[in-house]
Design a protein. Structure first.
Lengths: 339, 895
């Protein structure tokens, strides 16, 4: 029997060693969990160069005239490759925090000279806002990137073939942030660039009506406009009688979705267009001009009820042909006129 | 790991009373778990999870005795059958999982010595167990008294899933008191397995006690378990393998604070106890009754993400260079076009260089997920990324009683009954919030579809907007109850050269789901009991054997049976709702086999041909649908499959210590119809799902029953052609074995989703996948066109009748050779001690190009606009490769 117990002892020793080894991989990380503070460096950790151009200079060179562009799809879509070290700076004044802006950052810089310009930096990734918070100053070295206009809106990015088979200036690869983009300091919520251009009131309405203002140096911009949404009063619509598009069979002929309260919402899915968004019409206070309010579908904002009263709308203001369009950054950009 | 330590400590306490054992030594290191995984997961893990479906170690059959082990590196399954058709018995009790049908080899992982006393049975063999599966059975006799007296220590080193193994076993043999004890403990470990980013940590214990009561009664109790934690390997595309410069690239892991962390970790512990009563009523009559109980914990982790969070999988298609432009389109991928559009190649090279620059770039970026979560919470949100743990726990009570009687030399019979109650408990918990602190239990995809205030977004309307912390249940929570009762009988008549077998059974099965959450997408049919689905099934087999003399045996066998569907296939969306799938019915199996075994001189051989027809089968795949961005169930019913082939084995004893053997099969296993289909998305309510299940005839506009174009598709993940040539030599205690194995016709798993009727004929596919044809010539031209080959096709006549269908071609992997070698030495020592050393080398030529299987991605190549994507999902299946050159050194010391 002693022999047996000596063998049991051996077994216990073996098991004791086993137990000590069994504290294994997975939950070591549970302990690291919340204490892990390593930042994922998605942007360049070294200088991308000294700033040597303004946003306006870049827009003048690459966005003002299709004749000099490397690739021209039409006069509203053209772009050029940047082959030299052109470094610009700006503050992130709009990002994708609500999902309403897709793969889009709006960069704005106010020069001491008074120049106040914005340009879109497209980045091929969702969820950019954790890396590019509002008020974050960045530098962008444009070498290797493409600059031009997409639907008349100046932007930095790389060409892409769209789902509609068009060759457009799309977002730059996320992986190129490591080479071309540098964060400058920490986000500054009080940066003056975050104050939108005020286009409310009759003066603002007049500015929006003036056709001369529809120029590359005025688009895109962070602005506030004032008005009320026309569709609140209109009858419910469907794809057959407004914005119908037989290329979108899944929504063709379907009635407009309403909120649980029976009210109209910003962006019912079954009204979406090719860009998976819905345009509503803001009637400015002067009542004889309008701005399109463009909202993506399938985000929380799209299910919000359309306000029945007048509001201030802040967002990225752009134009296409003769029409201005605004895209808000999130729900906080829609505030009553008279709080 | 607290749980792991507790489990180990608990096992330690149990095992401290263990006695050890000695068994007959063997050259073969017969351990399926060494070469294969076993899982209890949904289909998304199936390809990484196949066990070798074979009846291992059939002593009397030269084919079955070798085939499972020999072909295991390629995950060979006998006759292409799913593992659910193989039965596994231990001490008279069947241990197959009633929900999945399969036996989980994880239950006996690391218990090589304990399970060595096993015998393989063909489905037509007369046996004393019961009516076994059409794939045959493995019968393990692990009664304590069957182990030879003595102790054994085994130490092993290898470069496989684990790198080190230690085992200790002891057996007392029968003591004068009538007691016998046996036990084994073991440990398998790898800080990193042969696949990068995986690890292995497994303890195992086996305890057996047996007591004889007089000459007639014996009670035997065994209890065993193998608490295991391991990191998993994932399949990836050929492009990712190329970029990583390895066919063993594993996308499941990434660096966190400089250390490798695997995102998919399995925890498995299935403690089991079996009590067996053997009653030798008389010399001719035996009655064996076994009762068992199992309570298993199985979980696997996976990453989850919400909102607009970027897909964290490193091989997500948008991260791959080929997502930039269609590299398969000669109109795009040519020097002229690329020169005119230089950005395509620039972006392609940017991504290629990024992938190739650093291994961290092609792995999961944990730091990024932690950062995003923290930033999002700082902005007032909650965790966007998390790691969930999917639990599939189970409680099983089983009983089997068999009376066998040899009436005389010519007649014998066996009758018996069995019962099994299984309760499967399925839920998920929050494993890690990855730096976040807040998470609300709502379905974020439903939130996109129905809005943030809609009831559809709630995973549990009885506990809406529940705040979830680490360890909390969320998402889904349900039980599955399966009960199975069976009565069976066998009879064998033997007279001179003639032998006749008959066996049959009748079985009742009930299946029921109990929802523990009221899901907002199915508020009326998710909480509470589903009601029982009941199936009365049965079948029989007949066999005739002619034995003109002892050297020649000819047998002809045939069987017919029907089997209840598996619980795992029975509900349209088990994680969400109680509804049973439509057309749920029992599967019919018709099988026949003709075999000839002979011995001529020094040559023994077997040749067999078989044909098996399965009809009315039900299969369900569950997968994350990239196309729809939601978890999807696709159920096929009314499936018809044919399996047929030839098997052969030959052994030539050239001298007393040198032998040559040949082993092989040439088989086919294919779907022969287009089964009915039912699709269910987790994030959608009943109305939306009903729309998705509609299939409108593109010619008439009328609704048709939704089907999957599966006709002609092959069973996947096993070589349908396998050949082996081997030499064995032994001299003076040395053993040498070399085998050259050829494998071919491994098919990858086809995507049912891509072959769904309403996907094939969707407007986005117009002109490619369906056509109205008026002449035979047009029909042939269309069906043979490249588009149909790539995307499936349906030819209609002018009235909308289907004239012909063709499923998109299923990829057949390239065949090839693998060379295996084994060298061993047995040293007999004084006082009955012995030492055995065995080195086994697999894939000696380091053939790294042998695919063991894979699966197509469940996504089509077009945008909703109908235009082609840049990335071709149809050209980018995910693959698994057989292990590269690997070795297993085993040293056993008996004392």
């Amino acid at each position: 029997m002693n022999k047996i117990f000596s063998k049991i002892g051996l077994a216990v020793l073996l098991l004791a060693g086993t137990a000590s080894l069994t504290s294994c991989e997975e939950n070591d990380f549970d302990m690291i969990g919340t204490s892990s503070s390593q930042e994922p460096y998605v942007t360049s950790q070294t200088s991308v160069g000294e700033v040597n151009a303004t946003i306006l200079e870049v827009k003048e060179r690459f966005c003002s005239n299709s004749a000099t562009a490397t690739f021209v799809r039409n006069d509203k879509n053209f772009y050029s490759r940047v082959d030299e070290d052109i470094v610009i700076t700006g503050v992130v004044v709009a990002n994708d925090i609500s999902g309403n802006l897709y793969q889009t950052l709006l960069i704005r810089n106010m020069e001491p000279s008074g120049e106040d310009q914005c340009i879109i930096l497209g980045v091929k990734n969702t969820c950019l806002y954790p890396y590019f918070q509002l008020g974050q100053r960045i530098k962008v070295n444009l070498k290797g990137l493409w600059v031009g206009v997409y639907s008349q809106v100046p932007r930095i990015g790389q060409p892409v073939k769209s789902s509609w088979d068009n060759l457009n200036l799309g977002p730059m690869l996320f992986e190129l942030l490591r080479e071309n983009v540098e964060l400058v300091g920490r986000p500054d919520p009080s940066a003056p660039e975050l104050v939108p251009i005020n286009l409310t009131g009759t003066e603002g309405d007049a500015w929006l009506r003036a056709s001369d203002n529809r120029a590359y140096y005025n688009t895109p911009r962070l602005a506030t406009i004032q008005g009320s949404i026309r569709e609140v009063k209109d009858a419910n619509r469907d794809k057959l009688d407004y914005g119908s598009d037989p290329d979108l069979p899944e929504t063709y002929g379907k009635a407009e979705e309403l909120s649980p309260n029976g009210k109209k919402i910003f962006a019912p899915y079954n009204l979406h267009d090719k860009g998976m968004a819905v345009d509503r019409t803001i009637e400015l206070y002067s009542n004889n001009s309008t701005v399109s309010l463009r909202t993506s579908t399938k985000i929380d904002l799209s299910y919000e009820e359309l306000p029945e009263d007048g509001r201030n709308y802040t967002g990225i203001l752009t134009y296409y042909d003769k029409s201005w369009q605004i895209q808000v950054r999130d729900l906080g950009d829609i505030i009553p006129n008279h709080p | 790991m607290t749980k792991g330590i507790k489990l180990t400590a608990a096992a330690l306490l149990v095992a401290s009373g263990a006695y050890a054992q000695t068994t007959a030594d063997s050259l073969q290191v017969l351990d399926n778990a060494d070469f294969t995984f076993t899982e209890s997961q949904l289909d998304e893990d199936n390809d990484a999870a196949q066990t070798v479906a074979t009846i291992s170690g059939s002593k009397s059959d030269p084919y079955y005795s070798e085939v499972g082990y020999r072909f295991s590196p390629m995950r060979f399954r006998v006759r292409g059958y799913d593992n659910m058709y193989n039965s596994y018995y231990m001490n008279g009790l069947q241990l197959n999982d009633l929900e999945l049908g399969r036996f989980s080899y994880g239950m006996v992982g690391g218990m090589n010595d304990a399970t060595r006393n096993q015998e393989g049975l063909s489905p037509f063999d007369y046996n004393r167990l019961g009516f076994v599966g059409i794939g045959g059975a493995t019968d393990v006799n692990a009664r304590a008294g069957r182990f030879a007296q003595g102790s054994k220590i085994t130490l092993s080193g290898c470069n496989r899933n684990y790198v080190a193994r230690g085992m200790f076993s002891h057996a007392t043999g029968y003591l004068p008191s009538g007691w016998a004890f046996a036990g084994q403990i073991g440990y398998r470990w790898a800080n990193e397995g042969v696949i990068e980013g995986t690890f292995y940590n497994s303890f195992s214990y086996f305890l057996a006690a047996e007591k004889k009561f007089g000459d007639k009664h014996t009670l035997s109790l065994v209890t065993f378990g193998s608490p295991t934690q391991r990191g998993q390997q994932g399949a990836s595309t050929e492009e990712a393998y190329w970029l990583a410069n390895s066919h063993y690239y594993n996308p499941n892991w990434g660096y966190q604070n400089g250390e490798k962390r695997n995102s998919r970790i399995v925890n498995d512990f299935e403690p089991t106890a079996i009590l067996t009563w053997d009653w030798d009523i008389n010399e001719k009559t035996k009655w064996t009754t076994a009762a068992g109980f199992k309570y298993s914990w199985y979980s696997s982790t996976a990453l989850g993400w919400n909102g607009d969070a970027y897909d964290p999988r490193p091989d997500y298609y948008k991260n791959l260079p080929s997502s930039v432009f269609n590299v398969y389109d000669p109109d795009v991928n040519n020097p002229d076009y690329l020169a005119q559009h230089p950005w395509f190649l620039e972006e392609y090279n940017t991504l290629k260089d990024y992938w190739m620059a650093d291994d961290a770039n092609r792995q999961i970026n944990w730091d990024r997920m932690y950062f995003v979560n923290r930033q999002n919470e700082a902005a007032g949100g909650e965790a966007l990324y998390y790691q969930e743990r999917r639990h599939n726990d189970q409680m099983v009570a089983a009983f089997n009683s068999v009376l066998s009687r040899d009436i005389n030399k010519e007649n014998k019979y066996t009758v018996g009954a069995s019962f099994n109650f299984t309760k499967g408990m399925h839920y998920k918990t929050m494993a890690d919030l990855l730096g976040g602190t807040r998470y609300t239990d709502v379905d974020k995809f439903a939130q996109n579809d129905y809005g943030p205030g809609a009831p559809e977004i709630q995973n549990d309307l009885r506990n809406p907007n529940a705040k979830i912390g680490v360890g909390d249940k969320f998402g889904y929570n349900y039980n599955i109850y399966v009960m199975k009762a069976r009565a069976f009988g066998q009879y064998q008549y033997t007279k001179d050269i003639f032998s006749f077998d008959a066996k049959g059974y009748v079985e009742g099965t009930t299946i029921e789901r109990e929802g523990l959450m009221q899901n907002g997408r199915a508020p009326e049919n998710s909480y509470g009991k589903s009601g029982m689905a009941k199936f009365l099934t049965g079948g029989g087999r007949l066999g005739i054997q002619l034995r003109p003399n002892n050297n020649h045996i000819i047998s002809l066998n045939a069987g017919i049976q029907n089997e209840a569907p598996l619980a795992r296939n029975s509900f349209v969306a088990p994680r969400i709702q109680n509804n049973f799938v439509d057309h749920l019915t029992s599967e019919k199996i018709y099988s026949t086999e003709l075999a000839y075994r002979f011995r001529i001189g020094d040559v023994t051989a077997k040749v067999a041909g078989y044909y098996t027809l399965f009809t009315d089968g039900v299969e369900q795949t569950a997968f994350y649908n990239d196309q729809e961005n939601r978890f999807t169930y696709l159920t096929m019913s009314g499936i018809r499959r044919e399996h047929m082939g030839v098997e052969a084995a030959l052994k030539w004893d050239i001298t007393s210590n040198l032998s040559f053997n040949v082993l092989g099969t040439l088989s086919d296993a294919r779907y022969t119809n287009n089964p009915l289909a039912q699709v269910n998305y987790e994030g959608m309510n009943a109305g939306t799902i009903a729309e998705l299940n509609q299939w409108q005839n593109p010619v008439t506009g009328e609704n048709m029953p939704l089907q999957v174009l599966a006709k002609g598709m092959r069973t996947n993940g096993t070589p349908l052609t396998a050949l082996s040539f081997g030499l064995n030599y032994n001299i003076n205690g040395w053993f040498f074995e070399i085998n050259a194995n050829y494998y071919d016709r491994v098919y990858i798993d086809f995507s049912e989703y891509r072959r769904l009727g309403n996907i094939v004929t969707a407007p986005t596919n117009s002109g490619k996948s369906w056509a109205v044809v008026s002449t035979e010539e047009d029909l042939v031209t269309f069906i043979k066109s490249q588009d149909v080959k790539d995307y499936s096709g349906i030819a209609f006549d002018a009235e909308g009748n289907i004239l012909a269908t063709r499923a998109a071609e299923q990829e057949k992997c390239k065949g090839g050779w693998m060379l295996d070698l084994s060298i061993g030495k047995y040293i007999r020592m004084k006082k009955g001690k012995s030492l055995s050393i065995n080195l086994q080398v697999q894939n000696l030529t380091n053939n790294c190009n042998m695919k063991t299987g894979g699966y197509e991605q469940n996504r089509d190549d077009n945008y909703s606009s109908g235009n082609e994507r840049a990335y071709m999902f149809s050209k980018n299946p995910k693959y698994y490769y057989a292990n590269a050159l690997n070795a297993f050194l085993n040293i056993g010391f008996k004392f």
